[in-house]
Design a protein around this ligand. Structure first.
Ligand code: MLT
Length: 244
């Protein structure tokens, strides 16, 4: 098994696909997707384009759909929800499909949607992703961070490091056997430094600061928790994620 970390969709190779791709957007899209599926959403359908989201979701009856739209950290007007995982309670999402478009996270999912296996991970479900990799042993796995508009994000890379770190601990692979590119070593080092103070790290992160300006402190606290959900979102058709 070889792991590769790509910090952003822009840095992710376009001319090949891995056996397994894991999209990561800790703040907040993949945290929200995992939370919605855990709370009983029928599926989550991700769009990079908002107009497409509106058009496709229109074909679903209003009581079976929820539209979640976020740009720049804010809720998009005309959508039912923004991108806060805390809004995805069973009362709100149970039995409904969540149609979601966010600034970067849904683009990360889209950039790997042709891989044979596509998963969505965040810190909240890190161990579920690790267990999947240990059980399935894909030959190549890409951990794709969402970043922010093409730039590196601390929180996505720390999550990639958390996955790699846990795999190393729970398998017999050596670092050299597991590492496919230098970014993996970098991500493990980042996680090793911040693992006991992830919320503090989010306060230093540019998107963490953006969310704090938007009164997102509770979101940061929720997203900084590790291994609280067993759910693993897996793509069943391009853009559509269900519970594994
Ligand atoms: C994104 O896709 O960039 C994020 O999920 C933004 C957010 O925090 O809503």
């Amino acid at each position: 098994m070889k792991l590769f970390v790509y910090h952003t969709p822009e840095l992710t190779p376009k001319d090949k696909v891995p056996d397994c791709a894991i999209a990561i957007d800790v703040l907040r899209a993949t945290t929200t997707i995992a939370t919605a599926l855990n709370a009983g959403a029928e599926a989550v359908q991700a769009f990079s384009d908002l107009d497409k989201l509106m058009q496709v979701s229109q074909q679903w009856s209003a009581d079976k759909r929820l539209r979640a739209g976020e740009r720049g950290g804010n809720k998009v007007s005309g959508c039912d929800l923004g991108n806060s995982p805390l809004d995805c309670t069973p009362e709100v999402v149970q039995g409904r499909r969540l149609f979601i478009s966010t600034t970067n996270g849904t683009r990360a999912l889209q950039c790997v949607e042709n891989a044979p296996v596509v998963l969505a991970a965040a810190l909240v479900n890190r161990q579920a992703a690790v267990q999947y990799l240990l059980a399935q042993q894909p030959e190549t796995t890409w951990l794709v961070g969402s970043g922010w508009e093409g730039s590196f994000s601390l929180e996505d890379t720390v999550c990639a490091g958390a996955i790699a770190h846990s795999l190393l601990e729970q398998s017999r692979y050596s670092l050299d056997e597991l590492v496919g590119n230098d970014e993996v070593v970098d991500a493990i080092a980042l996680y090793s430094q911040w693992q006991d103070k992830l919320l503090e790290m989010f306060h230093h992160a540019s998107h963490g600061k953006r969310l704090l300006r938007l009164k997102g402190h509770e979101d940061l606290k929720y997203c900084a928790q590790t291994d609280i959900l067993e759910v693993l979102p897996i793509q069943k058709e391009p853009g559509v994620l269900v519970k594994n």
